[in-house]
Ligand binder design. Structure first.
Ligand SMILES: O=C(O)C1=C[C@@H](OP(=O)(O)O)[C@@H](O)[C@H](O)C1
Ligand SMILES: C=C(OP(=O)(O)O)C(=O)O
Length: 431
């Protein structure tokens, strides 16, 4: 399905933020690794969270759900013996479960998105698992991947953090279950470091003890631990909400989003500070963000690594800012659902944006007068490209058509419903 985005000068109304994808995948996993029954209130409903739900069920967790919650009886440290797992297009789900698969004799992760997840590298995690005595069969670090575990051992483990934080998070979920104590040393730079804070927070809630150095580069993990069954409540999602806030920032607007905690560990809450620095009128109190956009924005420079999943939305806002913006330290955007630098900028350019790329930077020469639009956009299988290009389309001079916009469901299936509720002119059309 495609979406036609027709220029919309004004947005107004209130929405509830959807539930956090990153917390939902983590809570589902720690509930599955516990031996008793856990309850997760307000879980996210999206393709990625569905992928985790499906896989933990395949691995032996009992999952029951109603409108408001999911109740999970876990399999503890002993997953059911399965041959294959299908993680859809979800990078975090694949990487977290690659370690958990080391508790099973043999599991193959199949390749159902060859042009998206199928192109992403997992070598650094494969290397760490091999250090632990796990046999891994792979195609140059990519899917399909077969893990032969059963004899995974703790001890000293080194993992590179220069491509993704998900490899480290993955090892942090597995090592407490091993008989031996473990020590993890992160090599090189740790990208998306703030997301590791979410992993540590969830592990602590699940009763797991991890001794982390202040810089998050060294860990001591006692072995022989068990995950406790608990009740969890999922907070609102900043990465998805960042796109809606960017849409409000580039239009004349009065838009309110509820359920966005000021003190959240989600780095993407920086969208609020970034829009403030761009001089967008907004308030953020008691978990409620209100943007009263006047269409005027100022350029800024920003270290995007702290807010990796909100950078595309920030760039979309910068397309209409006065001056030149620079988003630096964002090289790992190249290893996501698509190359979020080269592929994303190619689509922005089609719509009329003036953008330049460096290996680890996005430079945006703002066009406050608006962009031409009137073009067809390729989604590159990427929900965040779809959301960000929609923001640009709302302030273009002619409609844009986003092809395969249904991939927005990876994280935010009701994105277009939410935008419509705020008055945006967005329509699904048959491809
Ligand atoms: O751990 C997680 O849940 C995630 C980590 C981040 O990936 P990287 O560490 O690869 O940047 C982020 O982009 C992704 O959406 C979710
Ligand atoms: C990169 C993302 O997810 P993942 O790495 O889990 O596929 C994302 O949600 O933007």
């Amino acid at each position: 399905m495609d979406v036609l985005v027709t220029p919309t000068p004004k947005l107004s109304g209130e929405i509830q933020a959807l539930s956090s994808k990153n917390y939902t995948t983590r809570y589902l996993l720690v509930a599955a690794l516990a031996e008793g029954t856990s309850t997760i209130y307000y879980p996210a409903h999206s393709e990625d969270s569905d992928a985790m739900r499906r896989c933990i069920r395949d691995l032996g967790a009992v999952v029951e759900e109603d409108e408001e919650k999911i109740v999970i009886t876990g399999f503890g440290g002993a997953p059911k013996d399965v041959k294959e797992l299908n993680v859809g297009n979800a990078g975090a789900v694949l990487r977290f479960l690659m370690s958990i698969a080391a508790l099973s004799p043999e599991v193959t992760f199949i390749n159902v998105y060859p042009d998206s997840l199928g192109k992403r590298p997992h070598d650094d995690l494969i290397d760490a698992l091999q250090q632990m005595g796990v046999e891994v069969e792979h195609r140059e670090g990519k899917l399909p991947i077969t893990i032969r575990g059963g004899q995974a051992k703790g001890g000293k483990i080194k993992v590179s953090g220069s491509v993704s934080s998900q490899f480290l998070s993955s090892l942090l979920f597995l090592t407490p279950l091993l008989a031996e104590d473990s020590e993890i040393e992160v090599l090189h730079d740790l990208k998306s470091k703030v997301v590791v804070g979410q992993t540590l927070e969830v592990l602590e809630q699940a009763g797991i003890v991890i001794h982390a150095s202040e810089d998050l580069m060294h860990y001591r993990i006692p072995g022989g631990q068990t995950y406790k069954a608990q009740s969890y409540t999922v907070q609102g999602d900043y990465p998805g909400s960042a796109a809606v806030l960017a849409a409000a920032a580039v239009t004349e607007s009065d838009v309110t989003i509820h359920r966005l905690e000021e003190k959240s560990k989600q780095g993407e809450r920086a969208i609020v500070d970034v829009l403030r620095m761009m001089e967008v009128p907004l308030t953020h109190d008691n978990g409620v963000v209100n943007v009263k956009g006047n269409g005027k924005l100022k350029a800024l420079e920003f270290d995007g690594d702290a807010a990796t999943d909100a950078v595309l939305a920030m760039v979309a806002a910068a397309v209409f800012a006065e001056g030149t913006s620079r988003f630096y330290n964002v090289e790992n955007l190249r290893y996501k659902e698509c190359d979020r630098i080269t592929d994303y900028l190619a689509e922005l350019r089609k719509a009329g944006a003036r953008v330049e790329e460096r290996q680890s930077e996005i430079i945006v020469h703002g066009r406050p007068e608006g962009v031409e639009g009137g073009v067809d956009i390729d989604a590159h299988y990427d929900h965040r490209v779809i959301m960000a290009l929609t923001v640009v389309g709302l302030r273009a001079k002619a409609p844009i058509r986003i092809h395969d916009a249904h991939h927005v469901a990876k994280s935010y299936p009701i994105y277009f419903d939410h935008l419509k509720a705020l008055g945006a002119n967005v329509e699904w059309i048959e491809a």
